[in-house]
Design a protein around this ligand. Structure first.
Ligand code: SAH
Ligand code: SF4
Ligand code: F3S
Length: 447
């Protein structure tokens, strides 16, 4: 039977991993492979793993286990395991799952092409072929990696162990990639890095280029409508960065700013390098510079040593800030990190705090969303009549709208995290017909 030149990719974990998956997929396409949505049609199955919490790792490992039968059905098939869990547990993976053909950890992403060449030894390569094509499926929004690794050592976190120290891409290279994406139709660019706003490079005349400079430069690229970034660290959220966010029109009024805890004792034990007050000051500055900014965060529930009182401080911080949404994670001990040496709370307590925190965050979020009802938001349409606001709320648009266009939408329902709304630029019975690419609204007027 002929070798089907198709690959299937499963990605676990954060946007960094999604961006890495896209990059690895480009290497496969450069070798003549094309994507398939059906693993049965594929000859390469790539599992890009995450290890940030045990649960994420377990899910990837059970999928890898199930691939034994996929491979047995056609032994010329290749199982490729990449990403952060692959970096952490390479030896274990190779022993436990002999059906894996290639393990390539997160740190070796740069040499992934060569590893694939060795795997497929007799297959021709043409790196020029399609290599630059970042968004084969016509994405309107895409990620651009600007730095890799993390120089922090938050006590709970495995990421620095599996991703290594920080390295920053040259600004010219980043801008080239942004321009390529724009040529492919991308309008909304998210700059990516573990502590994305620590970005800096040696510049000319002894002046460093910093993240604020980069925001300005990316915002000036022709065709870039929106610039976002993830994940910023509060420590590098300098006045310069906040000023650039407010001053550069393309930079969106939305920020995911992980806080982890609202207690100074816990923040100290976590080695986060800021205090509750420092974080709240930052929020004040952000809101003064960009009224209406949409804020979201990450919280860890049940960190070792977190007392009832510490936990209440986290709850009160969530209320004080009023986050639009909040990801709450149950603390998960990661082997080799300092926090894993400390006695963990019983699972039931971690679960209880997780639930309480989540309930509170959801209530706050609902309240925030309710304020949007009746407002008109610019929605950049990404496809299927859905798009995002500048603040990064997803919106389901009643009526059709062409992908890549930005349309004014009045929010009509905010019960769920995905908002609903209707276009206000095309009214029923309007005198001039809308262009056929964005016909809309066969809708009875609301009472
Ligand atoms: N670099 C980003 C976050 C990377 S990990 C940052 O510093 O903001 C994404 C989120 O996972 C973190 O913000 C944290 O809330 C959570 N996380 C990381 N390690 C964890 C652990 N051991 N247990 C539970 N949650 C964890
Ligand atoms: Fe992990 Fe902290 Fe680095 Fe984020 S800043 S990746 S939480 S060590
Ligand atoms: Fe997971 Fe690695 Fe991201 S551990 S959260 S995929 S950096």
């Amino acid at each position: 039977m002929a070798f089907a030149m198709k690959y299937f990719v499963r990605t676990y974990g954060c946007q960094m991993n999604v961006a890495d998956s896209n990059e690895m997929a480009r290497h496969l396409r450069a070798r003549g492979f094309s994507a398939t949505a059906d693993p049965d049609d594929a000859s390469i199955f790539l599992v890009n793993t995450c290890t940030v919490r045990q649960h994420a790792e377990d899910r990837a490992f059970s999928e890898i286990g199930r691939l034994r039968r996929w491979k047995a059905a056609r032994p010329d098939r290749k199982v490729v395991v990449t990403g952060c869990a692959a970096e952490r547990t390479r030896v274990f993976l190779e022993r436990r799952f002999p059906h894996i053909d290639l393990v390539a950890g997160a740190r070796s992403i740069e040499s992934f092409g060569e590893a694939v060449d060795r795997l497929l030894s007799n297959r021709p390569t043409d790196e020029s072929l399609d290599y630059a094509a970042g968004s084969p499926d016509g994405r309107v929004a895409d990620f651009v990696t600007i730095m890799r690794g993390c120089n922090y050592s938050c006590a709970y976190c495995i990421v620095p162990y599996v991703r290594g120290r920080e390295s920053y891409r040259p600004m010219g290279e980043i801008l080239d990639e942004v321009r390529e994406r724009v040529d492919e139709g991308v309008r909304d660019v998210t700059l990516l890095g573990q502590t994305v706003n620590s970005y800096h490079r040696d510049g000319r005349a002894g002046r460093n280029t910093d993240f604020a400079d980069l925001l300005e430069a990316v915002g000036e690229v022709d065709g870039v409508e929106r610039v976002r970034f993830i994940s910023p660290h509060p420590f590098y959220m300098t006045d310069r960065v906040i000023e650039a966010m407010a001053a550069v029109p393309a930079v969106c009024e939305g920020l995911h700013l992980p806080v982890q805890s609202g207690s100074d004792a816990v923040l100290g034990a976590m080695r986060r390098n800021y205090t509750r007050e420092g974080y709240l000051d930052l929020v004040g500055k952000l809101r003064r510079a960009m009224p209406g900014i949409v804020l979201s965060t990450d919280v860890i529930a049940g960190f070792p040593g977190e007392t009832e009182d510490d936990f209440r401080h986290t709850l009160s911080l969530l209320e004080a800030v009023g986050f639009d949404w909040c990801f709450v994670f149950k603390y998960s001990p990661r082997q080799g990190t300092p926090a894993a040496e400390r006695p963990a709370w019983p699972e039931a307590l971690v679960e209880e705090r997780h639930r309480v925190c989540l309930d509170l965050a959801e209530g706050i979020g609902r309240e925030r969303r309710r304020r949007l009802v009746g407002t008109i938001q610019d929605v950049l349409v990404e496809g299927d009549g859905a798009g995002r606001t500048r603040g990064n709320y997803k919106v389901q648009i009643d009526g059709r709208a062409a992908a890549g266009s930005t349309v004014p939408v009045r929010v009509s329902n905010a019960d769920r995290v995905t908002l609903e709304g209707e276009r206000v630029d095309i009214a029923v019975g309007a005198s001039s017909d809308p262009p056929s690419s964005c016909v809309t609204l066969a809708r009875s007027p609301s009472p």
